[in-house]
Write a protein that binds this ligand. Sequence first.
Ligand code: ZN
Length: 273
Amino acid sequence: MTGDPVLREAQHAETHAEPSDEDLDKIARMPRSVSPSDLEPNPSVSVGYPNRGLLRFGMRINDDKDLQVKVGSLDSRHGTGELVRLIESAAHEVAFRYPRAQLTVGDLSRPGGGRSRPHVSHQSGRDVDLGFYMLDRRATPVNVHIFVRLNNQAMGKQWGNLYKFDAARNWALIESLLSQPTTDVQHIFVSNAIKRRLINRAVKEGANPEVLMRAKRVITQPRHGAPHRSHFHVRIYCADDDRPTCKDRPPFYAWHQRADQAPAVSVLKPNDS
Ligand SMILES: [Zn+2]
């Protein structure tokens, strides 16, 4: 492997077939994954809290060309309709920008929710573990359908192969998760070392400032428990049509408008007194 980081980055960009300006323009004009069915209420109901709850009429996430549920998670692939659609649309957006990218999906909830070992949460259909998009030792994007634990250099070994965190595709995933118009993400748990790489990538790409601000707030290394070095743990807020059966705890961010709230006063409007 060449030691020159600039050259490596250029090779990396090439192997990724990163989008041209024309492609980016096309992406900007893409409808933001809103189809009429997204706007219809769906039958799933998240009951209670993520760490003490159930899932009624959950939706099963299916493998497709852009995502694969990993072995070991096949019994925990149910979520609310909102969560399943969010994962699917994010996987499709990443694959649109980076052809052949496949998202590795870990546990959601069991078909009826409830306690799902070894997790404490993952009970009410609003949590999902997502694997990292990876590069191989030559910095070529690969699809690894397992979780690989990464060190502080964002590298890890599995079955004798060396893998490195792919900041480009992982940022594309986060960007998509945080800009979906119909479903708001409350938490993305991952280690600080990974967070730093994502934010650096976003800044380098000139990411949308609103999405970048959300990423800085939503992505956190859990203060208690595992630091999350092998996957993202993503949690969404309750869907409007699941309240009040569905329960959220703080934090509630200014950009998350809740149906049971007076219209939120946006912190971004300087004229509000
Ligand atoms: Zn998790």
